[in-house]
Design a binder for this molecule. Structure first.
Ligand SMILES: Nc1ncnc2c1ncn2[C@@H]1O[C@H](COP(=O)(O)OP(=O)(O)OP(=O)(O)O)[C@@H](O)[C@H]1O
Length: 262
């Protein structure tokens, strides 16, 4: 069964149709990439799925439940996480604390009650320890030990992107939406991230929906690719099927031969 299903989704802003009848099905434990030229509607799609925008028409079903129209925090609490195109972290907090904030959906005692005022042996203290353990696992998983106690604002950009991924993982989502996860990263960081995406799918069993311009990543890690152009899905299928699709090549023509896999 599809864990996330998008049915005939449309989003119109004034006179602009940002999404036109988009349908997409994500199988549990798969990686799907959404690609398309600038302004194609990719981020709008994410905003409709996560509740930031109320779609003009269509439906979004998560684990069989209709979620369009629900508030973003409720959608997140159901197990749908995301990262943003621009890093959205607390720069004057450490990596550890940023990741702990990602646990807030799971916290019964509130974010600070456990850490600041806990009495030894209290329920809040036990909860705090469990959350810290979970965060330590993520720090190990993403090789973030060197950044663990450093303020995020002082970390290199590529590391900050990894911290953002870590914070999204700290939510323990069932489906994770990643908006351009390797943008601004160097080759080595990109390579690491590609490996982690595979591990997130295989080891953590998380279903991924990824917006990405980096064609090497798209071709190497995706099970399925959807191509948007002016809000319309112009091709959908296995990476090798869409790569040479005539409509896709036409949409990208003149766009710096964006479909070349480096
Ligand atoms: N809140 C909004 N109000 C009005 N128009 C919007 C809004 N959000 C997006 N749009 C328009 O919808 C279209 C799709 O934009 P979107 O940001 O989804 O594209 P994108 O594929 O994510 O682009 P990029 O690759 O540059 O991030 C654009 O024409 C954009 O100007």
């Amino acid at each position: 069964m599809a864990i996330l299903e998008i049915k005939d989704l449309s989003m119109v802003f004034g006179g602009i149709t940002a999404l036109a009848d988009v349908s997409l099905s994500l199988e549990q434990g798969s990686i799907t990439a959404v690609i398309g030229p600038n302004g194609a509607g990719k981020t709008t799609l994410f905003n409709c799925i996560t509740g930031l925008y109320k779609p003009t028409r269509g439906q979004v079903l998560f684990k069989g439940q209709r979620i369009n129209g629900m508030k973003p925090y409720k959608i997140a609490a159901l197990g749908l996480g995301r990262t943003f195109q621009n890093i959205e972290l607390f720069s004057k907090m450490t990596t550890m604390d940023n990741l702990l904030l990602g646990r807030h959906l799971h916290m019964k005692s509130g974010i600070w009650s456990g850490s600041t005022f806990f009495r030894r042996g209290s329920k809040a203290a036990a909860e705090e320890i469990a959350h810290r353990q979970k965060v330590e696992e993520i720090i190990d998983f993403l090789d973030l030990q060197h950044a663990r106690d450093r303020f995020v604002g002082g970390l290199p950009y590529g590391t900050q992107k990894v911290v953002e991924l870590g914070r999204a993982l700290a939510m323990e989502p069932d489906v994770l939406l990643l908006d351009e996860p390797v943008a601004g990263m160097n080759m080595e960081e990109k390579q690491d991230l590609m490996i982690w995406l595979g591990d997130i799918k295989e080891e953590l069993g998380i279903t991924l929906l990824v917006i990405e311009h980096d064609m090497r990543l798209v071709m190497e890690v995706s099970d399925e690719v959807m191509v948007l152009n002016y809000g319309e899905p112009i091709a959908q299928g296995k990476p090798e099927e869409v790569q040479n699709h005539p409509e896709v090549l036409k949409a990208y023509l003149g766009e710096d031969s964006a479909l070349e896999v480096a």
